[in-house]
Write a protein that binds this ligand. Structure first.
Ligand code: NAD
Length: 321
């Protein structure tokens, strides 16, 4: 499967992207528009920003909430593809688990339940998270390894996945789940307090401040560049082989936070030492790296961006904002 196929499959399709004004969503919308899809974005602008969609030829923007039953009833049956990204993030979820439950589980169920009436749905794509694996016993992590739910966010993201799966099993809805691992890159606003660790480190080093690291910096993550995450998600959307499946999206490469800082320093031509502070309570995982063989094999997708290349692109973009 290649990019040419994406061009033809999404051309003219009616596509809904929930959370499309956010970081991953807006990058996904950009690519869909490039492929001539008719894109509607639904977002309550909780963390999303309309400026992310500036100059993009989308069909419609709806400022709305996935919890809104009447709204979902009215709109979801009108689409060929629904990319469901709207969610409360891990920090907000931990502060307010009830709201997290209502949005991340309730909102997902609200869409799926209304999709039972759809006569045109090609695929519902649910964006989940590696958070559901928690601290695993074995690495790299496979899709069918056991869960270790350590936050309300992990519970709710898995809840959304389970509903996507059950609506496939019970109602024949064509659903697929992708599990992202630490996505970073352009349009990940560093002004947003919830932005990932990559944006935070770039911001500090750029401003000649010491990046702040929780713990000793030897904890590892699997960092995925945004373009790779978007391409994999789009492939999951059009592939016949993805229905009812779950795919890890990552790189299969384990990078420590200290190594990340070193790379960012080198690319930016600086040498600023981190400041180490107490370990954080949220997402306090020692090692994480994904096995991505399933998506390689089934969807013929593999990451195209090395950490160095992805960081360079991100830093170039950062200098323009
Ligand atoms: N960025 C990552 O590293 C990462 C990792 C794992 C999973 N994910 C998942 O990917 C998706 C996108 O994440 P992101 O990093 O772009 O975050 P983001 O916060 O930038 O995007 C989420 C978007 O959803 C919108 N939203 C939130 N609640 C809503 C509601 N009730 N109704 C309508 N819109 C709502 C927000 O305004 C925002 O635009 C999320 O589902 C997230 O769980 C992201």
């Amino acid at each position: 499967m290649n990019k040419q196929q994406l061009l033809t499959d999404y051309a003219g399709a009616e596509v809904l992207v929930t959370g499309g004004a956010g970081f991953v969503g807006s990058n996904l919308v950009k690519e869909l528009v490039k492929h001539n899809a008719h894109v509607t974005v639904l977002d309550d602008l909780f963390t999303g920003d309309l400026s992310n969609l500036k100059n993009l030829k989308i069909k419609k923007f709806i400022k709305g909430d996935v919890r809104d039953e009447a709204l979902m009833k009215k709109i979801v049956v009108n689409f060929d593809y629904i990319f469901h990204l709207a969610a409360r993030n891990i920090i907000v979820s931990t502060k307010n688990p009830l709201e997290d439950f209502a949005v991340n589980i309730g909102g997902t169920l609200n869409i799926l339940n209304n999709l039972k009436r759809s006569k045109r749905l090609q695929k519902f794509i649910y964006t989940s998270s590696v958070s559901i694996y928690g601290n695993t016993r074995y690495l790299p992590i496979n899709e069918d390894d056991s869960y270790n739910l350590l936050s309300p966010y992990a519970v709710s993201k898995l809840g959304g996945e389970n509903y996507a799966r059950v609506f496939y099993e019970n109602f024949d809805l064509p659903t697929v789940v992708v599990r992202y691992s630490n996505v970073y890159g352009i349009f990940q606003s560093t002004a947003n307090p919830y932005c990932g660790v990559v944006g935070k480190i770039i911001d500090r080093i750029h401003n000649d401040k010491r990046p702040v690291i929780h713990g000793d910096g030897e904890q590892t993550r699997d960092f995925t560049y945004i373009q790779d995450a978007v391409d994999a998600t789009l492939l999951a959307g059009i592939s016949d082989k993805s229905v009812g499946e779950v795919f890890n999206i990552g790189t299969g490469i384990e990078i420590s936070i200290n190594n990340l800082v070193k790379n960012i320093n080198e690319i930016m031509g600086k040498d600023i030492l981190p400041e180490y502070i107490d370990r954080r309570d949220i997402d306090n995982i020692r090692r994480r790296v994904l096995n991505i063989e399933k998506i390689r094999r089934v969807l013929r997708w593999s990451p195209q961006f090395t950490l160095r290349k992805g960081l360079s692109e991100t830093i170039e973009w950062y200098k323009t904002i």
